[in-house]
Design a protein around this ligand. Structure first.
Ligand code: BG6
Length: 463
């Protein structure tokens, strides 16, 4: 077992992510006794320690309230602040001074991606990388070339097993459950292939817009922001071969194989949308062609998945906030009962609800009483959310501090995922406008039409 880090350096401590996600996670870790170490916050603004403390307290209050005053006090007493420019060696000298006596710091880069490389170099030059770990927020690169460049720069300073690339989707219980469900049960495997699966859809819908993140969003867009990472991770867990053995390296290996087997996207297999009014959001270009909605048709070149289309879609200001997977099964081969065929609606399916709640449902047709042999599709719920689950950030930061790389993305997987989207990052159809509160551009219905229709995660069951 790797040694536990003995300090956490949080770059970007005054930022939004720290306020929304990281402080509540660090507070939760403190409550459990898992963060008994100095925390050095780093950022550019010249804040007083009191101001930072107020910000932390506010964050925890907003995230659910302070239910353990002692833990909060402990966390604040361990929190120091270093203000400075990430390009300035003096900043790193100040961090080094604050880390006196520390042997194995973990550096968490919760900062804009454009600053990753400089910061990693700064850490290396100041001698702060020895026996250290680096935790990097997504997006890791903005295309294949920049991801490679970033990996190269990171490896000059840190070995691969000290680099923790965060994709917070991997820290979600409902996503971990996909892996568990597939390989802790014996009944899915015989049908988990091209002979029985007709198509797979993943929808990640949000009923809100980009808010104050216009500047970031303008550099990203939906494909880079969530499809290439969060949704691809979901696909990899659904599509991977069984890992050979219990070690998590085997899972990484199989997931990486899936990213490598994904066929590079083509412009004709994607629909880009933009919600009405996006161009009036703060920090957004008046003629922006950045997509706030994206749907793609993905193919996986493997024996198991040959010919099975994977439809992924995500968007801001859609009709609801929910993330769901629908694995649609093929119709029975013989038409004994007419309504078992796709033209009468959906065939049997497996539904993984990932958020806002976590559930797993298996849909099967059952006869309705009467003379006729007709029926309806009903869902069997396999599991529901368990209260008390750790938040993804709590889980991932806790894991990174003890050197557990299981839920982080490996270098080759990250690069392979970029290779899939690379051909359409620049060459793509123009965005199509869509109404707020809708399901995005109509063209997305045409994209999926050869294989069915989109499942509405707001509906109780995808009938
Ligand atoms: C982030 C994206 O990675 O994930 C956001 O940058 C998105 O645009 C968010 O809203 C969604 O995360 P979650 O956990 O709320 O589904």
């Amino acid at each position: 077992m790797a040694a536990k880090s003995d300090a956490l350096v949080l770059f970007g401590v005054t930022g939004d992510l720290a306020h929304k996600m990281i402080f509540p996670a660090l507070y939760a870790l403190t409550k459990k006794g898992a963060l008994d170490m100095p925390v050095i916050g780093v950022a550019f603004p010249k804040w007083s320690p009191e101001r930072l403390h107020r910000r932390v307290t506010d964050s925890i209050e907003k995230a659910g309230g302070v239910d353990d005053r002692r833990a909060l006090k402990q966390f604040l007493s361990r929190l120091q602040y270093v203000s400075g420019d990430y390009k300035d060696p003096a900043t790193f000298a100040a961090i080094k001074a604050a880390l006196r006596g520390v042997k194995r710091p973990a550096h968490y880069l919760a900062i804009p991606p454009s600053l990753f490389e400089t910061t990693i170099e700064g850490l290396g030059a100041a001698g702060l990388a020895t026996h250290a770990r680096v935790i990097v927020e997504k997006p890791f690169g903005r295309d294949l070339a920049s991801a490679r460049e970033l990996n190269r720069a990171a490896h000059k300073v840190f070995p691969e097993d000290s680099i923790f690339r965060i994709d917070h989707y991997l820290g979600k219980e409902a996503i971990m459950n996909i892996l568990y469900f597939r390989f802790a049960n014996s009944f899915p495997e015989p049908i988990w292939n091209r002979d029985h699966v007709a198509s797979v859809q993943v929808t990640m819908a949000e009923d809100f817009g980009v808010g104050k993140r216009g500047a970031f969003y303008e550099t990203a867009g939906c494909l880079r922001d969530v499809i290439e990472n969060h949704l691809f991770q979901v696909v990899a867990l659904l599509a991977m071969e069984p890992p050979t053995g219990q070690h998590f390296h085997a899972v990484h290996e199989e997931k990486a194989r899936i990213f490598k087997a994904m066929r590079p996207l083509k412009p004709a297999e994607m629909v880009r949308g933009q919600y009405d009014g996006y161009r009036k959001e703060p920090d957004v270009a008046r003629n922006s062609d950045v997509e706030t909605y994206c749907a793609v048709r993905l193919l996986i070149d493997s024996w198991r998945w040959e010919g099975v289309p994977w439809y992924l879609r995500s968007g801001k200001y859609l009709a609801t906030t929910a993330t769901e997977v629908l694995v649609e099964l093929k119709a029975p081969p013989q038409k004994l009962f007419d309504d078992s065929q796709p033209r009468h609606g959906r065939t049997n399916y497996l539904r993984f609800r990932i958020s806002p709640s976590s559930a797993l449902a298996l849909a099967a047709r059952v006869k309705v009483p009467g003379e006729e042999y007709t029926g309806e599709q009903k869902e069997l719920f396999l599991c529901e959310e368990l209260a008390g689950a750790e938040t993804p950030y709590e889980r991932l930061l806790g894991d990174a501090m003890v050197g557990n790389t299981a839920l982080f993305s490996r270098e080759d997987a990250v690069e392979a995922a970029w290779a899939v989207v690379d051909p359409v990052l620049e060459k793509h159809p123009r965005v199509r406008p869509y109404k707020r509160g809708s399901w995005g551009p109509k063209a997305a219905d045409a994209l999926i039409a050869p294989d069915g229709f989109w499942h509405d995660p707001a509906a109780e069951a995808g009938k």
